[in-house]
Design a protein around this ligand. Structure first.
Ligand SMILES: Nc1nc2c(ncn2[C@@H]2O[C@H](COP(=O)(O)OP(=O)(O)OP(=O)(O)O)[C@@H](O)[C@H]2O)c(=O)[nH]1
Ligand SMILES: [Mg+2]
Length: 266
């Protein structure tokens, strides 16, 4: 019972992703092609694209299904030092969206060179604050790589376990299939069995978390041989929270089962 409650509760973040889309933020310096990438992924001209750096002032998001997974792609205001108040508010929102994302796409312009990428990557790593959320660096505009700049990026920067790098062109679509399969891999879709039950309702998630906590206290109480009536309080709590979902189980039924199977010292 305890392990089932725990398993169901932990399926919630996956369930939320299934319902609202796995949040994937698209970030990077200005003019690197983030909005072009969003439009390509959504197959829609959702975001304004222009050669003027700082075109995207606020985030734009939409969902699309790719290989059976619903993604919520979030295009954001490009990162750069700016004196513009509105642009800086947009950049603040970019950081908020980065903190809420499950996967981070860092778009870099192949022609900007390695030092520019290093700087942004450094900043994002600082933002991650110890979390190991997957980060995919996309070296973009490879269709316009006149000086074979791409070679500069091979083996550099040194990537951590959660960091990946792909070469793409948001303009021609080259490398985008690889990006899609990388996303599928990162979501770990294969881990979900067809028969598994996934919690998508926050109320159910909260109730199941309370059930797990109460059952853990019951188990430790049984272990420490504490008096029956004290254990009964936690069983009562567990059934109360379960009842919030099912409305069916009575404390007496569960107590009967526990005391049938365990010998408790009085
Ligand atoms: N050649 C080439 N140009 C691209 C590619 N991706 C984007 N561009 C061009 O680069 C410029 C900037 O593209 P955007 O998509 O607006 O860039 P952004 O990162 O959203 O820019 P901001 O919103 O200002 O941060 C536009 O002129 C695009 O047409 C690409 O893969 N290849
Ligand atoms: Mg943009």
């Amino acid at each position: 019972m305890l392990s089932i409650a725990k398993e169901l509760a932990s399926s919630f973040s996956l369930g939320k992703a299934i319902k609202y889309g796995v949040p994937v933020v698209i970030t990077g310096r200005t003019n690197t092609g983030k909005s072009t990438l969003l439009n390509l992924l959504l197959k829609d001209e959702k975001a304004i694209v222009s050669e003027i750096p700082g075109t995207t002032r606020d985030y734009i998001e939409d969902t699309i299904e790719i290989d059976g997974i619903l993604y919520r792609f979030v295009d954001t205001a490009g990162l750069r030092e700016s004196e513009d108040i509105i642009e800086n508010l947009g950049i603040e929102r970019t950081y908020k969206k980065i903190s809420e994302a499950s996967i981070i796409l860092l778009v870099a312009d192949v022609n900007d060179g390695l030092p520019a990428l290093d700087g942004t990557l450094e900043e994002l790593r600082r933002q991650q604050k110890g979390s190991d959320r997957p980060l995919v660096i996309l070296i973009n505009k490879t269709d316009d790589d006149r000086d074979n700049k791409w070679e500069e990026y091979i083996g550099k920067p040194i990537l951590k376990d959660n960091e990946h790098m792909l070469f793409v062109s948001a303009k021609t679509g080259s490398g985008i299939d690889k990006l899609k399969s990388k996303l599928g891999e990162l979501v770990g879709y294969n881990k979900v069995q067809d028969e598994s039950i996934i919690i998508t309702n926050i109320r159910h998630y909260e109730a199941l978390s309370r059930v797990s906590e109460s059952l853990e206290r019951v188990l430790s109480g049984l272990d420490k041989k504490i008096p029956e009536d004290l254990i009964a309080i936690d069983v009562h709590h567990a059934t109360h929270y379960l009842g919030e979902i099912t409305g069916e189980i009575t404390t007496d039924e569960i107590l009967g089962n526990i005391f049938k199977n365990f010998c408790i010292g009085k």
